[in-house]
Design a protein around this ligand. Structure first.
Ligand code: KG4
Ligand code: ZN
Length: 344
């Protein structure tokens, strides 16, 4: 199966997403989001997400098949996010994917959402990228990974010890009243601000931290610093707060990602996950990687945030590598570690 036709289902959070790929070619990427139903609560409400997944699943699969111009019987394998994520939300995707795999009598790949974020880059670039360092920055996770083989061997170099990067964006956006999700709103507002206006702290970058936890992140001190600044500066300029806050995050992410490349001797970096859509992160990453002689890959912004193409991509890579398929009866795992690429 060199060019397997794989349908991928993603329901770990508030997006019901279905992607179809043939090998490394993207054929369809359909996303139904329930974000508007959560916005008034300022965050994703699990019960609302699960219900929305149930309602959206069949139409989203149908639309993806139509966009890809294939029919269900053409599918060679089904892939689905098995975790990490909201368990009730994951279960809707897992149940649907298992039903499809049984009905079609095709293999199923129960894959890791975080590994899938990284694997989506394989739809854009032909050259194999392993081994590579991966900076994975989303709403629930911020980690530095060493990817030796995307289908089977990922090691974790470090992770956030408190908030995820995307979570920090969402929290600060809430305090400066930019709505939910906060990342895209801060990104847009920061473009009109001065990133040097306020000197916010850079988490875990003292010489002691570089010694003891060089590849871990912390964003809670930054969050407190922003809150203090807002309290003490009633006439603050929103644009400058957004730009300076964003700069602190981007600076630390890139400092640590490049340090991981240097320490491991790996000259390739992939940045993945929702925060990788951030325009400032993309620009700073490009400039600093060029300077450091690191090959940089960042998926297009639409493929950075949650989608079904990334799940299909990882499933297709697993099928092409003749990886063992998952048993059809498996449990969703809300805290599946990134080192477990798939359930077998
Ligand atoms: O990967 P993702 O879609 O879902 C999770 O797996 O968590 O990431 C969502 C996160 C949210 O916190 C959102 O605010 C953030 O990614 N995000 C951004 C941008 N677009 C999405 N953060 C900064 N700048 C952006 N342009
Ligand atoms: Zn995600």
């Amino acid at each position: 199966m060199n060019q397997p036709l794989v349908l991928g289902i993603e329901t770990s959070c508030d997006e019901t997403a279905v992607g179809i790929v043939r090998g490394r070619t993207l054929l369809a990427n359909v996303i139904a989001s329930s974000v508007e139903e959560h916005a008034r609560f300022g965050g994703v409400v699990p019960e609302i997400a699960s219900r929305a997944h149930l309602e959206a699943m069949a139409p989203t699969i149908k639309k993806a098949l139509k966009d890809a111009n294939v029919s269900l019987k053409d599918i060679d394998a089904v892939a689905v996010t098995a975790g990490p994520g909201l368990v009730g939300a994951l279960l809707v995707g897992v149940g649907s994917a298992a039903g499809l795999a049984i009905g079609l009598d095709k293999p199923i790949y129960a894959v890791n959402h975080l590994a899938a974020h990284v694997s989506v880059d394989y739809l854009t670039h032909d050259q194999p990228l392993e081994p590579t360092i991966a900076l994975l920055v989303s709403g629930g996770h911020s980690s530095l990974l060493q990817v030796n083989d995307i289908t089977s061997s990922i090691t974790k170099l470090g992770q956030t010890i408190d908030d995820a990067a995307g979570e920090a964006f969402d929290k600060i956006a809430r305090v400066i009243k930019l709505g939910f999700p906060g990342g895209p709103a801060i990104d847009a507002m920061a473009q009109q601000g001065n990133e040097k206006a306020i000197e916010f702290p850079r988490g875990l970058t003292t010489s002691n931290d570089w010694q003891n936890r060089p590849f871990d992140f912390s964003f809670s001190g930054l969050k407190t610093a922003v809150a203090r600044y807002l309290e003490s500066t009633p006439d603050y300029i929103k644009q400058d707060v957004a730009a300076s806050f964003q700069e602190s995050i981007v600076d630390v992410l890139m400092l640590k990602a490049l340090a991981a490349c240097k320490e491991s001797g790996i000259d390739s970096l992939v940045i993945a996950g929702g925060v990788a859509a951030n325009s400032r992160l993309r620009a700073v990453a490009m400039a600093r990687c060029e300077k450091a002689g690191i090959r940089l890959r960042i998926p297009s912004p639409a493929l950075c945030t949650d989608n079904g193409a990334m799940v299909a991509s990882l499933g297709a890579l697993m099928a092409a590598a003749h990886a063992k398929a998952s048993p059809v009866a498996f449990d969703a795992d809300s805290s599946l570690p990134v080192t477990t690429v798939s359930l077998s």
